[in-house]
Design a protein around this ligand. Structure first.
Ligand code: PNW
Length: 478
């Protein structure tokens, strides 16, 4: 397959090609230089929560191998590196600043700038200090205020060198999976707590945007994991209603408050039994709707939804990898995800690149005040094979990435304002409740030796970026 469609070369000048990771997934050094436990350290310490008893304690040792990892990014030709700062490293107990922890990120940013790589910083990629969880975590409104203090610390140390600031990564996961289904840390299974976590993370986002804007931040945004909600049978009212509920919980309860300063009417009605109304204090929605400069979109799969019991072998969804989980679909626990018979990745997620194009175009149609978009994560887990010469011929991942990049290109041709694309992930890493059993990297990590090897997908991505730079027509063949 050669990707020589006319759309292939229409990426706008300055389009950012990057790759992403998150602190808890790569850093390790979980108890070093003053870092204390995050909810993920605590969650992983409980047997059964994470596949094979894996923990983020060592991960891929990025904390110690950071300069080599930045050299690797440079070698791949990345324009930008999307990483997160660990709250439990910067403010270990959630309250006092740990200068040594913050210094790590300062060194990382210097190293990136030295290599000509744009730092793209996310403040919250799920590693809440455990001490704050013990005070109620995201069910406690006070946590939003603690978040703003942490954001101020990071901004005052790095604001002179980092232009792109993302408040939250996928609040869906850190609220509905963390407090609703229990598949993610802190592992609570309480629908009211999950809804409180949604609202308080929104509030923390809005307050931090206002605060950092006041301090001079130039590019502020949030990253959401969005997914199409396709009714199994558009003529079946049961499926249509299930798709509405899914869309509300997966997409619109995040998009609408942030882009319109209001929860959707139907979501407010659906979630009244779980206390959403009572959580909203005067002024909250204006705070949450503070203007942002970009929206990050993470996309892995799109979803066919039904309101009927599933008989077709459900597409893998939101489930945990070990412990029994509840449904994250608060008030819509009955919805199912019938298979469409599409190929699946190692996460059991169906592959449908055209879904990304549809999603990007829908955002533009439904949200007139939509800021520029960046694909902040897209990628796939597969079981990689390592050949005797050490190479990793990950053909399926390569195809997945290139097909999705083509979908982005098609969306741009059709009018979507997309300005960058970040592959998830730079390195194989700690895949949350799946531990180290799922590999998303374009670079393989040997977990015994910590040796890094660029996979074929990494080579293809390097070639694609280089081709774009030289404006050559050639895209890598798969
Ligand atoms: C995202 N789900 O996580 C995250 O932002 C990454 O940290 C992660 O490694 C990547 O996608 C791959 O999973 C998700 O169960 C984890 O619906 C779980 C779900 C969605 C996103």
């Amino acid at each position: 397959m050669t990707n020589n469609t006319p759309e292939w070369n229409n990426f706008p000048a300055g389009f950012i090609w990057g790759s992403a990771t998150a602190a808890a997934q790569v850093e390790g050094a979980a108890a070093e230089d003053g870092k204390e436990e995050s909810v993920w350290d605590a969650f992983a310490a409980v047997p059964g929560n994470v596949r094979n008893g894996d923990t983020p304690a060592v991960a891929v040792d990025h904390y110690h191998r950071m300069p080599q990892d930045v050299a690797l990014m440079k070698d791949l030709g990345l324009d930008s590196y999307r990483f997160s700062t660990s709250w439990a490293r910067v403010r270990p107990g959630g309250r006092d600043l740990n200068r040594k922890g913050l210094d790590f990120y300062s060194r990382l940013v210097d190293e990136l700038l030295e290599a000509g790589i744009l730092p793209w910083l996310t403040l919250y990629h799920w590693d809440l200090p455990q001490a704050l969880e013990e005070a109620g975590g995201w069910t406690n409104r006070d946590t939003a205020f603690r978040f703003v203090e942490y954001a101020q610390d990071v901004y005052s140390a790095l604001g002179d060198r980092v232009a792109h600031w993302t408040t939250f990564n996928e609040p869906f996961c850190s609220s509905l999976l963390g407090y609703g289904s229990g598949a993610h840390a802190p592992g609570r299974q309480d629908p009211r707590a999950a809804i409180a976590a949604v609202h308080h993370q929104h509030l923390a986002h809005g307050m931090a945007v206002t605060e950092l804007r006041g301090l001079g931040a130039r590019e502020l945004g949030i990253t959401l994991n969005l997914s199409n909600s396709i009714p199994r049978d558009a003529a079946d009212p049961v499926d249509v209603e299930a798709a509405r509920l899914f869309d509300s919980l997966q997409n619109r309860i995040f998009l609408d408050p942030i882009l319109r300063g209001a929860y959707p009417e139907d979501s407010l009605r659906d979630l009244e039994p779980y206390g959403l109304h009572e959580l909203i204090l005067p002024g909250d929605m204006e705070t949450i709707g503070a203007p942002i400069d970009f929206l990050g979109v993470n996309h892995y799969h799109d979803d066919q939804i039904s309101g009927h019991p599933d008989t077709s072998g459900s597409d893998g969804h939101g489930g945990g990898a070990g412990r029994p989980t509840a449904s994250p679909w608060i008030g819509a626990e009955h919805i199912t995800f019938p298979s469409r018979g599409l190929p699946r990745t190692g996460m059991d997620w169906e592959v449908n690149p055209g879904g990304l194009r549809t999603l990007l175009l829908r955002l533009g149609e439904e949200y007139p005040q939509l800021p520029p978009l960046y694909i902040t994560e897209n990628g796939a887990a597969y079981d990689d094979e390592v050949l005797e010469d050490g190479s990793v011929p990950d053909t399926e991942r390569t195809r997945f990435i290139l097909d999705h990049i083509r979908a982005v290109s098609e969306a741009i041709s059709a009018g979507a304002d997309v300005r960058g694309y970040f592959v998830w992930s730079l390195l194989d890493n700690f895949e949350w409740s799946w531990g180290y059993s799922k590999r998303f990297g374009i670079v393989r990590v040997d977990y015994e030796t910590q040796e890094r090897t660029v996979k074929d997908s990494g080579h293809a991505y390097r070639q694609l970026i280089a081709a774009g730079r030289s404006t050559a027509a050639a895209a890598p063949a798969v």
